[in-house]
Write a protein that binds this ligand. Structure first.
Ligand code: BGC
Length: 747
């Protein structure tokens, strides 16, 4: 049996190898027939007619340039009809090289899934892979070949609006998610329902100074390698076909013109065989950076550094030929970039059938596909984080879940009846989809859930922004008639996203005032906070008995929220970012160093590393999230307390559902390397497991600690595990460590 499997494996490898060989041969043969202009055309990407996602350069000649073979790729062209129209133009070109259609399919295509940051709160890798798979299935059906996702930028700064697009602050969790998402998008590249992934933004974009978008990044090499690069490497290990560089400068060199990042690390050390696309206009923006003086120098810097495709700068289109003629750019550089792009077009099967992915029937079937909607509802429910759930004064039971026997429910707030808002930023808007029908509002979700069994009252209360409190009186009157009040408040969906940095992270407008007014009625109150980033809402957190962080949950938002409110789904989300108490704590992250003067407790401030006017700890820590049940951790055992470099430790423990309902817990394994040749974080996530437990049930869990988990980049950037003592911590969050032990790594 083993022999058969081995032979089959060898044959598969052989076929894959010979197929790659033939693709390489085809690429070489085609390259030989291409003029310099046609080669440069392949490196050129223009935006199409759909909503632009950056400052557009007006180019009236798009159609004739495609026919002349001067454009290799388009973005923002949506739907089978449009992609086909453009592809038909490409088929009129001399060599008939098909266009690649790219699109920001960030969290769903027709079916909108929760924001990537929200999904990250599920810590459910299978669910995230599935959501990417569904997005790929839908997008590929309408002619899209390539998504500009996943965004894998680690960020410790919620002022940066783009945190909504990533997986949060942690490198380990972020790497696992990056891997899952690439697998989901790409499936088996070339299959009909797959799209190429594009890992972005290479690199360190999430560390923009002050959380201001497009801003500079200055960081140590060690920080870059240890914290910011691993999710990119994980995405590459998952087979990511393409990378996108980034807008920021890194230690003084714009990422787009950064040879160290793109040639030395990505294409060199990591041996990446796909291609790199610039970010929107980022080649041209090197002029603003003050790194080059004009578009010609920008093209030279970018191609030399390893940026293969120019998104919307027109820098390659108008300068590369001249640069080659002047011998400033060796033709080998151009050929390498062209080959990388052509190879992907062959792998996708576009030369065999340039319309392969444009299929109106498949496109139609992808819309309102019940399986897709079901998956969207499930992951939306998994993404919700229960931040607080206590009993209001004078009552015995916590507010949530709301009893299905409740007679009158007041649903109040500016987001209750919104539909499109639930899609959040970076959702795809298709002309043929009526989003007023497609997205389940929170109101509709609640109606679906309770039917006629309860009376549902509504008041808007206030707008998201502005200082008008005229609606408060009606909201209070409605609240007074109800047995329980649900308040849906938060951001507008376009408040967190690209170019949406904010210095003030409070709930916008008078929304917290509305919460105070409703809380003063004495009714049991649940607050739903809809947002794309961690917000600050200290009064609410301290005074309101029940809070769900619902982010933006996509097409099925209303149903998923209702599932959680009424206990049909027991919340299991855990925060992928620390929530600050005040903006002054930012950047804030759980895995910081101890410093030479750590405070012994939160009240100590004298000559220790602390604020005199604020605690160090976040309001809600990384990894935090409650459930309607409780979990007890016990019986931690390490298979050894001393190991050698080559050995592993098996960690076992028991987790018991000590409450009354079934639930899901994310059990988190953290380590601390007590002494290092460079200082180490006080705590670092190294593994986790999602487990489902019925009430009263106990499960034994196992983690393996190996050399990889103990390693870090030393001062010489070597990946090493150093001898010495390590703490093992098992927690329900980074700040709720339930079990501890330690071991020694010996010679
Ligand atoms: C963003 C990218 C995006 C591109 C294309 C840029 O502004 O930074 O993440 O993929 O636009 O829409």
């Amino acid at each position: 049996m083993k022999k058969i499997v081995t032979t089959a494996l060898l044959l598969t490898c052989f076929f894959a190898f010979s197929q790659q060989k033939t693709i390489d041969q085809k690429v070489d043969a085609l390259l030989k027939r291409m003029t310099l202009e046609e080669k440069i055309g392949q490196l050129n990407q223009y935006t199409g007619d759909n909503a632009a996602t950056g400052p557009v350069t007006i180019n009236p000649n798009k159609q004739s340039e495609i026919k002349a073979g001067l454009i290799g790729s388009m973005l923002n062209v949506l739907g089978t009809q449009h992609t086909r129209q453009y592809q038909e133009l490409a088929m009129q070109s001399r060599l008939k090289i098909p266009l690649l259609f790219g699109q920001d399919v960030i969290h769903g295509y027709k079916t909108t899934f929760p924001l990537p940051l929200a999904e990250a709160a599920s810590w459910d890798l299978d669910a995230m892979e599935l959501s990417a798979r569904i997005a790929a299935t839908e997008a590929s059906a309408s002619g899209i070949h390539w998504t500009f996702a996943p965004m894998v930028d680690i960020s410790r700064d919620p002022r940066w609006g783009r945190v909504m697009e990533g997986a949060g602050e942690d490198t380990y969790l972020g790497s696992k998610i990056a891997y899952a998402r690439v697998k989901g998008f790409q499936g088996k590249l070339g299959d009909l329902n797959s799209v190429m992934a594009c890992v972005k933004h290479f690199a360190a974009y999430g560390a923009a100074v002050g959380g201001r978008d497009y801003n500079s990044v200055d960081m140590s090499e060690r920080m870059l390698w240890e914290t910011y690069l691993p999710p990119f490497k994980a995405a590459l290990d998952a087979g990511a076909a393409t990378f996108m560089n980034s807008f920021n400068d890194l230690n003084g060199i714009p990422a787009t013109g950064n040879k160290y990042l793109q040639r030395d690390i990505l294409k060199g050390k990591w041996n990446f065989k796909g291609f790199v696309v610039s970010d929107w206009g980022s080649i041209g923006e090197m002029i603003n950076h003050g790194y080059v003086k004009d578009s010609k120098e920008a093209a030279l810097a970018a191609i030399t550094a390893g940026s293969d495709m120019d998104m919307e700068s027109n820098a390659y289109r108008y300068n590369l030929a001249q640069l080659v003629k002047e011998k400033k750019v060796p033709i080998g550089l151009i050929d390498d970039a062209v080959k990388r792009i052509l190879r992907k077009k062959f792998e996708l099967g576009l030369f065999e059938d340039p319309y392969k992915y444009s299929n109106p029937e498949r496109e139609q079937a992808a819309l309102n596909n019940p399986e897709h909607r079901k998956a969207a509802r499930e992951i939306a429910a998994k993404s919700i984080v229960l931040l607080k759930n206590v009993s209001p004064p004078g009552r015995e039971k916590s507010v949530l879940p709301i009893s299905k026997q409740t007679k009158t429910i007041a649903f109040i707030g500016p987001l209750v009846k919104e539909r499109k808002q639930n899609m959040g930023f970076w959702s795809v808007e298709l002309p043929e989809v009526d989003y007023d029908k497609h997205v389940i509002s929170q109101w509709e979700g609640l109606q679906n859930k309770i039917g006629n069994t309860a009376k549902l009252l509504y008041a808007k209360g206030c707008e998201i922004e502005g200082d008008n409190i005229d609606g408060f009186a009606e909201a209070i009157a409605v609240a007074n008639q109800a047995d329980v009040v649900i308040l849906s408040i938060g951001e507008r969906r376009d408040m967190s996203g690209e170019a949406k940095s904010r210095s003030n992270l409070r709930l916008p407008g008078v929304q917290e005032e509305l919460i105070k007014a409703i809380q003063a009625t004495g009714k049991p109150v649940v607050v739903l906070i809809n947002a794309g980033r961690p917000l600050i809402f200290n009064w609410t957190a301290d005074n309101v008995p029940a809070i769900l962080y619902t982010w933006w949950l996509g097409s099925e938002a209303g149903n998923a929220i209702a599932d959680v409110l009424f206990g049909d789904y027991n919340p299991s989300g855990k925060l992928p970012m620390s929530f600050p108490r005040e903006e002054g704590q930012i950047p804030i992250y759980y895995n910081h160093f101890n410093t030479g003067r750590p405070a012994k407790n939160e009240n100590e401030t004298n000559y220790v590393s602390a604020y005199t006017d604020l605690k160090n700890s976040p309001k809600f820590p990384f990894g935090y999230g409650l459930s309607y049940t409780t979990f007890e951790y016990s019986n931690l055992k390490l298979s050894k307390n001393k190991i050698k470099n080559t050995e592993k430790i098996t960690v076992t423990l028991n987790v018991t559902n000590s409450g009354k309902v079934a639930g899901e817990e994310v059990v988190q394994l953290y380590l601390r390397d007590k002494v290092g040749s460079v200082v180490r974080p006080i705590i670092e996530l190294k593994d986790f497991q999602n487990i489902k437990l019925n009430a009263g049930e106990t499960k034994t869990i196992q983690f393996i600690i190996d050399k990889e988990k103990l390693s870090f980049y030393n001062a010489n950037l070597q990946w090493v595990a150093e001898l010495g003592d390590f703490d093992v911590m098992i927690g329900s969050s980074s700040a709720d460590i339930r079990l501890r032990d330690s071991f020694e790594l010996m010679n």
